[in-house]
Design a binder for this molecule. Structure first.
Ligand code: NAD
Ligand code: ZN
Length: 394
């Protein structure tokens, strides 16, 4: 993986080709010429109006200059784009644009666009080349790396998808300048997750970055050379962490339960996904749901006696330092528990929890090993912080 300079060519290694830099989007054409099949004639860009409005021209100009023909799909903004109808739209746009087996699809956007365009690329003509140009912090440090693609079904988030590696990932940290603060915060929660399950060094570096560059000054920070340098470094270390972890467990082997299985990246996601689902993907940004999910998982870890209070406090403080999480007062705990039960029905015994023994030491538990009572009390303890408790008194 590179944090500046040119991308590696060839696709032999398990690690993806990732080019990270400040302003690298202007070189997408050159990199595509180097990394794609020499027969690639057309590149189909998948984006949404907002992101395409900001960066579509820069990308198109560079690709045209490199000799590619272009076509595009603009999908709706938000999680609802990761649906059967969203997928159908992109696939039909591919057909209308006469995309061939040797052509490519480029995802320009956040995790939603990347996940959707990834599924479409992997099934169209049994797989066309795929390029990720992630434009949110979550997508740059997490979603674009690891080859997971997905759409949601009415039953569960990310239920339909494939493992499909992009030919390359082009990460321009300069595009984060237009990202709303709330979306930036959402990415910071996933960064804290990396530190919490990864190692204490990554956790401390993440915490320091968040404390040094408070979100309230984000716009001003972008004017500072020092911030841009640190942001590039921050994105690089997190992208590298994820790339390393997934390269050792490419298909997320279900039988693995060791602390280097890529499953550890699901820390905070058991409750996080349930929260997103019960609120119909409207109330929480993905990272915010994960922030709350990590608080619950850590609370469970403490109840089971595997996580010390001072380690729990370190994690809680880091999450708090990002800013205020959205209130959870409209979330009915019984709906959350029902969403967990429904997940369990769908995936059977494989419903697992990533808990913590300490920062950097995750431990995987089966749902049954924890017990309903511990889980509900942890949910009550965490969500109750923003509840008016009287609503639960009979
Ligand atoms: N495949 C994976 O491994 C993986 C990992 C983590 C998350 N995800 C998925 O990613 C999704 C969340 O991704 P997300 O948080 O990026 O959400 P998102 O794609 O919805 O983007 C968030 C918002 O930011 C806007 N936006 C994007 N880039 C922008 C920019 N540069 N400037 C201004 N606005 C911009 C988008 O239009 C959207 O409104 C979820 O569906 C989650 O399941 C997937
Ligand atoms: Zn996530």
């Amino acid at each position: 993986m590179k944090s500046s300079g040119s991308a590696r060519s060839g696709k032999t290694s398990a690690r993806p080709i990732i080019e990270i830099g400040d302003g690298v989007r202007f070189r997408v054409g050159d990199i595509a010429k180097r990394c794609l099949d020499p027969d690639t004639r057309r590149i189909h860009i998948v984006s949404n109006r907002k992101v395409s409005g900001y960066y579509g021209k820069d990308i198109s100009k560079s690709l045209r200059k490199a000799g590619f023909e272009l076509s595009q799909s603009l999908v709706i903004d938000g999680e609802r784009a990761k649906s059967f109808s969203g997928l159908q739209k992109v696939l039909e746009d591919f057909s209308r644009a006469s995309i061939r087996r040797t052509d490519a699809c480029l995802a320009l956007g956040g995790g939603v666009v990347g996940d959707l365009a990834g599924v479409a690329s992997s099934v169209y003509l049994r797989g066309i080349q795929f390029i990720q140009v992630p434009t949110t912090l979550i997508a740059q440090i997490d979603a674009s790396i690891g080859g997971k693609t997905a759409i949601n079904s009415r039953y569960a988030k990310n239920q339909i998808g494939t493992f499909y590696e992009p030919s390359f990932i082009l990460t321009d940290v300069a595009v984060l300048e237009t990202l709303p603060g709330r979306e930036f915060a959402s990415g910071l929660y996933e960064a804290i997750k990396h530190g919490a399950v990864g190692n204490r060094k990554l956790f401390n570096e993440t915490k320091d970055f968040i404390e040094e560059f408070p979100l309230a000054n984000l716009r001003k920070s972008f004017a500072q050379e020092e911030f841009r340098r640190r942001l590039r470094e921050f994105v690089s270390i997190h992208a590298d962490f994820k790339a390393r972890l997934v390269s050792a467990d490419l298909r997320e082997k279900s039988s693995r339960a060791d602390r280097r299985s890529r499953k550890i990246l699901n820390f905070g996601h058991t409750i996080g996904h349930a929260l997103e689902q019960v609120s119909s993907y409207k109330h929480f940004r993905h990272g915010e749901a994960i922030g709350i999910g990590m608080l619950v998982a850590a609370e469970i870890s403490k109840s089971l006696g595997i996580l010390r209070s001072d380690e729990l406090k370190l994690l809680n403080d880091a999450i708090e330092s990002v800013g205020q999480l959205p209130p959870t007062k409209d979330i009915e705990p019984k709906h959350l528990l029902a969403a967990l039960e429904s997940d369990k029905k769908i995936i059977g015994n494989s419903l697992q929890w990533i808990l913590l023994e300490s920062i950097g030491k995750p431990k995987i538990f089966r749902h049954e090993e924890i017990g309903r009572r511990v889980i509900s009390s942890a949910i009550f303890a965490v969500l109750g912080r923003s509840w008016n408790f009287s609503q639960f008194e009979d």
